[in-house]
Design a binder for this molecule. Structure first.
Ligand code: PBG
Length: 333
């Protein structure tokens, strides 16, 4: 007999690990995880990124090695970002388009190494390759203002996507938030016969301060910000428009980025999207957990798994995360 008359006792289903696992509604799996990787030109060996402990600028050789480690842990996809030599940057980011540019070289070697066993995704954006650090080309608008030009930029994205398809990318991923980028890339790929190369669209990408460590990771030349092309953190509705447009334009998968500060947006997109919805746990989200763990303020493994579970629970089908290998290993126990 209990003192109070409590017949509904939700704690019953929390009593044991077996009971909790029985009723668990969200399950992470290693194949949900996509590992972003950086490959840098002119390195003798991989170099750790100070603000992202355990993450590196890779050489093509160490990139292959980490690809194998990811695959062995059960991760099925890597997303490659190129870091060119400083002297190869220019106003148009042409090193990103050239066949012998670092990203295209890396794509070619990774596809040769892994074939179709590991899905090779390419970042399709100019910011790593431009000397001003913007995601597109600069020019002057009708009012005489300096702007990042939309249509001239998407022309370059189409060429970049073609070069990446030729280099062996299974997926190209336009991340520059230019209008019409998915349509223009899809048309260029189809015209050249690359029907089977998929597009993961960075559809709802916010102008976020959580990208800070990424700028170290790619040696970004950006001064200023990207607020004239990435979304305002205050807005949710336009994410639905961006997702809708990208799907109409031919996106095979859409993405919300960053993840944890935008779980509301992710949840909304996930309810209505007819294509897979990915979320990107960005560099700052990774760096925060590591920094707090280094201070002894948070437990790294538990916060890592909780953050990924919350992103999945909000509706993500895939999660791009720098924790991919660690989390996959933790899932194996
Ligand atoms: C730009 C790009 C960025 C990231 C991925 N692609 C940076 C930006 O938009 O400023 C950020 C990823 C991260 O922070 O982990 N092409």
């Amino acid at each position: 007999m209990s003192f109070y008359d409590i017949s509904r006792r939700p704690r019953r289903l929390r009593r044991s690990l077996a009971m909790r696992e029985l009723v668990s509604q969200t399950r992470l799996h290693p194949s949900d995880l996509i590992l972003p990787l950086f490959v840098a030109d002119g390195l003798d060996d991989k170099r750790e990124i100070a603000s992202m402990p355990g993450q590196y600028q890779h050489t093509i050789e160490t990139l292959k090695a980490i690809g194998h480690e990811a695959l062995e842990a059960g991760v099925r996809c890597v997303d490659l970002f190129g870091v060119p030599l400083e002297e190869d940057k220019d106003a148009e980011g042409s090193a990103g388009l050239r066949e012998d540019g670092i990203l295209n070289r890396a794509l070619r070697e990774m596809r040769a190494e892994f074939g179709d066993d590991l899905v090779i995704m390419a970042d399709t954006c100019l910011d790593e390759f431009t000397d001003h650090g913007h995601c597109g080309v600069e020019g002057v608008d009708k009012y005489g203002n300096h702007v990042v030009l939309n249509d001239a930029t998407v022309d370059l994205y189409a060429k970049m996507a073609l070069a990446q398809a030729e280099a062996g990318a299974h997926i190209v991923s336009p991340s520059g938030m230019m209008d019409g980028q998915v349509a223009v890339i899809r048309a260029a790929l189809d015209e050249a016969g690359w029907y089977d190369v998929a597009i993961m669209a960075y559809s709802a990408k916010y102008a976020s301060a959580f990208y800070g460590p990424f700028r170290d990771a790619v040696g970004s030349s950006l001064t200023g910000d990207r607020r004239t092309y990435q979304q305002d953190p205050a807005n949710a509705r336009e994410s639905l428009l961006e997702v809708q447009l990208d799907i109409e334009e031919g996106a095979d998968m859409v993405m919300v980025k960053p993840a944890m500060p935008y779980l509301d947006v992710l949840a909304e997109v996930a309810t209505s999207s007819p294509v897979p919805v990915a979320a990107y746990q960005v560099s700052g989200e990774y760096a925060m957990l590591h920094a707090a763990a280094r201070n002894g303020w948070l437990e790294l493994e538990r916060t890592m798994m909780e953050s990924l579970t919350s992103i999945k629970r909000a509706g993500a089908d895939q999660i791009l995360t720098y924790f991919a290998i660690d989390a996959a290993k933790a899932l194996h126990g």
